[in-house]
Design a protein around this ligand. Structure first.
Ligand code: B12
Length: 211
């Protein structure tokens, strides 16, 4: 890993919110690809945070502060990841499902979608199926995007799809899903229209569904 990218990675593992923005800027100034700063520096560090949590070296507070450190770095990276001034490609409603508070990945997906010209309405975290339905009725999105990071909250995606059907909305919106424990086969199983393993591919899937 490049030296400065390594420092970005380490500032997340050291919870160094005061330093990460500077390190990201240094990496950008050195001409390093923003995507590499994101995946090799930041996303890789969150993977390591997860590993340490599993090993019992990190606890909830460490996961939380690592996530805020990543968000601080992302704020500096954001303008470089997204293209500006593209016309609206469609309206997307996004949220993390009921019972789930993880939002770093969702925020990244929302950011990339916005930067690619979509109008994104971010409902936040812990969004119940009824709330997705209510918001879909009033905001009339073309796409509903759901995020889940826990195996225990994944089933809420299925419940939401059923609720959309009951409300007569299923044929009017495309549903895309994502989050670390999910897969293409799970998307098929619950009848979602698309799945993507990362934010870049989320943009591609949304584009192809609306093409
Ligand atoms: C940070 C973190 C937390 C923070 C979250 C803070 C926040 N604001 O988000 C806090 C401390 C709150 C937390 C709490 C818990 N966590 Co946690 N957490 C993590 C950690 C370390 C990182 C997640 C992250 O931010 N990753 C970085 C982002 C960029 O990646 P991502 O979320 O996967 O998103 C990408 C893709 O998945 C995709 N994507 C994501 N969403 C969407 C949506 C769509 C539509 C699409 C197309 C794509 C897409 O694109 C994103 C960008 O590339 C993970 C470990 C890991 N390796 O994932 C554990 C992890 C997810 N947590 C875990 C657990 C167990 C918990 C707790 C239950 C712990 C506890 N005992 O209380 C609680 C649950 C709280 C709750 N109700 O939600 C487990 C889950 C195990 C499982 N399989 O269910 C993990 C895997 C850790 C582990 N290895 O054990 N956690």
């Amino acid at each position: 890993m490049n030296g400065i990218v390594r420092q970005v990675y380490e500032s997340i593992l050291n919870f160094d919110r005061g330093v990460i923005g500077k390190k990201v800027q240094e990496a950008l100034d050195a001409g390093i690809d923003p995507q590499a700063i994101l995946s090799d520096g930041m996303i890789a560090a969150m993977g390591e945070v997860g590993r340490r949590f599993e090993e019992g070296e990190f606890f909830i507070p460490e996961m939380l502060i690592a996530a805020t450190t990543m968000e601080t770095g992302l704020a500096v990276l954001q303008p470089h990841l997204t293209q500006q001034g593209v016309k609206s490609a469609g309206r997307i409603l996004i949220g993390t499902v009921k019972g789930d508070l993880h939002d770093v990945g969702k925020n990244l997906v929302a950011m990339m979608l916005r930067g690619s010209g979509f109008e994104v309405i971010d409902l936040g975290v812990d969004i119940a199926p009824e709330r997705f339905v209510e918001e879909a009725l009033s905001k009339k999105p073309q796409v509903i995007a759901m995020s889940a990071l826990l195996t225990t909250t994944m089933p809420s995606m299925n419940t939401t799809i059923q609720a959309l059907k009951e409300a007569g909305l299923r044929s009017k919106v495309k549903v895309i899903i994502g989050g670390a424990p999910l897969s293409d086969s799970y998307a098929k199983e619950i009848g979602a229209d698309g799945y993507a393993p990362d934010a870049n591919r989320a943009v591609k899937v949304a584009r192809s569904l609306l093409a």
